[in-house]
Design a protein around this ligand. Structure first.
Ligand SMILES: C[S@@+](CC[C@H](N)C(=O)[O-])C[C@H]1O[C@@H](n2cnc3c(N)ncnc32)[C@H](O)[C@@H]1O
Length: 422
């Protein structure tokens, strides 16, 4: 990590130690897929880096905690954690990953679920009465089997943390059980996809979960407070004071998290219409529907990028959402500044992109936002992205694509840190 300003950002180079790690991730990190999850070693590396820079890290926050990568690493490194995410599917996964479970209790519940699943009578009209969107994604047979499984779970699991765990395992098999084109960046039907055996896949996930519980148990870690909230960070009240914030902000207009998690949101009844969950989601194209660009709300970097985009294609929905994204990120950085104890550190992982030939430099915007909020000692390094699930690509017309022969837009990303002194 080298000290930087906007003027010398081009000096930042890829530092291999942020690229990969020789240590395997805990099994618990893999119990449920999550788009844009970052590798677990980044959290551990950030703890070490903060410590080397003189920060005593007792309490960590991730303001966009996603599936709880930082939460689980904080737990296993015996640190307190606070995190939030607007997406209820994300926080379900994050809570389950960072909870403590007893293998024997999980086994008892699993056997009861199996029994209930095998014996549960299901009404004949269950599929015809299903949510239309779920009918779109699931065949009659898969839907009925999933319905049977979910009912079995809810009939027998009374302890709420185990109910969360089995809901999470249930959620983890939904894409595979549906017609969803695997690894697609956009919700898309795969007409050739074959039905899978719902119970068989669920059982495999459960076995993996047991190994994950065992692996963590062997670490004999003492318990620390872990709080995970489902909320819009920009509206969050009662945020704690922390020593270190580690977070990767949402991408701008590339992922529609609510759309990508629609199967889980609908099955777990987080929404009647999954589109309702787009509201407040930073970077969503739909989050700027009633937003009018006010350039004076943007910092100098944001204003320049948005002006360049307007000059090319006027204030289209896409350009409005970029502007809204920058306003939201500025507000998020302001809130981060107020959460940090004196001498505390924030560390962000962020990627730049390009739209219609305009460089959308999220890194520069973030550095400017941090500077404006009083962060000092700003440092950065670059890392190469490998293997990130659903890394977006662009086709030759600049549209997002899942085609790996298209241009990668996030092949490198920045790690940016700053200190806050009061
Ligand atoms: C890049 S992902 C974070 C992934 C995370 N580092 C992990 O390893 O899973 C960004 C997250 O920001 C969340 N998000 C978007 N808008 C938000 C908001 N207003 N408040 C809180 N979370 C938000 C998204 O739901 C998404 O999970």
């Amino acid at each position: 990590m080298i000290g930087i300003t906007l003027e010398n950002l081009d000096r930042v180079t890829v530092e291999n130690e942020w690229n990969s790690s020789s240590e395997n991730e805990l099994i618990m990190h893999t119990i449920h897929a999550y788009p844009a999850k970052f590798p677990a070693f980044i959290a551990k590396k950030a703890f070490d880096y903060a410590q080397e820079e003189g920060v005593t890290v007792q309490k960590v926050a991730d303001i966009f905690c996603g599936c709880g990568t930082v939460a689980l690493e904080a737990k296993t490194h015996e640190k307190e954690f606070w995190g939030c995410d607007i997406n209820p599917v994300a926080t379900l996964i994050a809570k389950v990953k960072s909870e403590s479970y007893e293998k024997e209790t999980a086994e008892t519940y699993f056997n009861c679920i199996k029994d209930a699943y095998q014996n549960k009578a299901i009404d004949n009209d269950i599929y015809s009465n299903a949510n239309g969107r779920l009918k779109y994604w699931f065949t009659d047979k898969s839907y009925v089997d999933l319905f049977r499984l979910k009912s079995a779970i809810e009939d027998v699991v009374v302890d709420s943390k185990y109910l969360d765990a089995f809901h999470c395992l249930f959620s983890s098999i939904l894409k595979a059980s549906s017609k969803w084109l695997t690894k697609s960046i956009k919700p898309q039907i795969d007409p050739a996809k074959e039905e899978i055996d719902v119970w068989e896949v669920f059982e495999l996930r459960y076995i993996k979960f047991l190994s994950a519980i065992e692996q963590i148990k062997q670490k004999r870690i003492s318990s620390h407070s872990i709080i995970i909230k489902t909320e819009n960070f920009l509206e969050a009240e009662d945020t704690p004071d922390v020593d270190l914030i580690i977070s990767s902000p949402p991408y701008v207009t590339s992922y529609e998290y609510a759309d990508l998690h629609q199967l889980s949101s609908l099955w777990l009844q987080y929404a009647e219409d999954y589109r309702d969950l787009r509201k407040g989601s930073i970077g969503s194209l739909y989050n700027s529907e009633n937003y009018t660009i006010q350039l004076e709300q943007l910092n100098s970097v944001g204003r320049q990028i948005v002006t360049d985009l307007i000059n090319i294609q006027r204030a289209t929905a896409k350009v409005r959402s970029v502007a809204r994204y920058y306003v939201d990120i500025q507000q998020a950085i302001k809130k981060c500044a107020s959460m940090l104890n004196s001498g505390g550190m924030a560390l962000f992982v962020v990627g730049d992109t390009e739209y219609k030939g305009v460089k959308v430099k999220n890194s520069e915007h973030l550095i400017q936002s941090m500077t404006d909020e009083g962060f000092t000692d700003i440092k950065a390094a670059k890392r190469r992205i490998s293997n990130k699930l659903l890394t977006p690509y662009r086709d030759e017309r600049g549209r997002f694509s899942s085609d790996k022969t298209s241009r990668t837009i996030y092949h490198e990303e920045y790690i940016i840190s700053g200190r806050m002194w009061s």
